[in-house]
Ligand binder design. Sequence first.
Ligand SMILES: Cc1cc2nc3c(=O)[nH]c(=O)nc-3n(C[C@H](O)[C@H](O)[C@H](O)COP(=O)(O)OP(=O)(O)OC[C@H]3O[C@@H](n4cnc5c(N)ncnc54)[C@H](O)[C@@H]3O)c2cc1C
Length: 377
Amino acid sequence: MHFLYDNDARFVFNFIRSAINYNCNAVNYVESLRSVRNTQGEWQTQLRNTRNGETFEVRSTVIINACGPYVDQQNKISELTTEHRHVFSKGIHLIVPRITKNERVLTFFADDGRLFFAIPMGNRTMVGTTDNRVSTPETEVTTEDRHFVLDNINKRLNLAKPLTEVDIISERCGVRPLVIKTGDQNNKNEEWIKLSRKHAVDVDWERKHISIFGGKLTDCLNVGEEICEVVQQLGTHLPYPKRKWYGEPHEAIRDEYLHQVHLMGLDELTSAGASEVLSKRLWRRYGAQAIGLLENIRENPDMVEPLIEGSDYIRCELTQATRREMIVTLEDFLRRRSKLALVARHEDLKNSQGIKDACEILFGEDAPERWSEYFGE
Ligand SMILES: Cc1cc2nc3c(=O)[nH]c(=O)nc-3n(C[C@H](O)[C@H](O)[C@H](O)COP(=O)(O)OP(=O)(O)OC[C@H]3O[C@@H](n4cnc5c(N)ncnc54)[C@H](O)[C@@H]3O)c2cc1C
């Protein structure tokens, strides 16, 4: 079983970053409005920049609809029918102060018989999840969800002080798109519980359209390979050799990194509140790029200071974020790249000088606007 939560946004972004390095054009904050097939047999897709409202069009021979929970909605707009469709299962997690010194993921069965986890997340613990059928992808955490998670963790662990809502630092909420056949109703509870988490790929061979339904993040490389196969069968030659998508850089790079770490005594600079030593953190998150961060620290030792007290994110990581991480909003930075909004309370972020500095470094003269967009001031 794989657990990605501690770092799943980072894991996904590293794929995007690698794809850009391999010559892919990746854009964010661009929405696909509709795709139509023109008389020359090409797809014309209307796109909208959601930040400034500008619209434009791209042409392609093949379309891959990988809109997650929105696959059906997008297909409907483009007038496509498919063999499969989605139903939605809502899952929430609560992030609380670390509840055990144990570094392992703790696994239980919840009251409803489903798996339930306490996952270490630095100085925090992420607890959950729920698995409730919902009718749309837009959901939020309800009081009932919170009580379910708190009651279950309190029953399963003998904590010195039971967790209450006051202990909640942040929350996560999402829907798992689960795959069923288009004609199936799936109304019975026992059918719902048994639904597979495996993905399905539907291909409209004539119109050259591919839809990806459901699936697990841990299976994403296999899904990618399956899609490349189909794209080639649809007549598009993929000229690229197989690429390396994950794993550590070459041993020689790691040895060089560790040598430099040792010479500059990096780990002795780790802050008291950090949950892991600096050399481990930087290597885990940035791989070969971490050598560049060492250079920043040598030039300015203040760069090892945590951006906000008690967090692991240090100032030099911001230089990396500004250049390489496609950050458009403060939420991108706090929630999707650095995880700070998961491990610190909203009010603490708002009052933090480190976050104000980060906002200025990231957005320059647009910083006040980006700040009020996130904190609502
Ligand atoms: C509570 C929960 C727990 C989970 N646990 C695990 C786990 O333990 N292990 C695991 O492997 N997986 C887990 N998953 C599943 C995992 O999150 C998904 O498998 C994965 O996110 C699917 O990736 P995707 O790219 O297909 O879809 P998504 O991650 O949903 O990405 C779809 C993207 O399409 C974008 N989009 C939608 N409509 C449009 C449009 N019109 N134009 C442009 N873009 C659009 C969306 O903004 C989104 O960024 C869990 C999911 C949830 C909700």
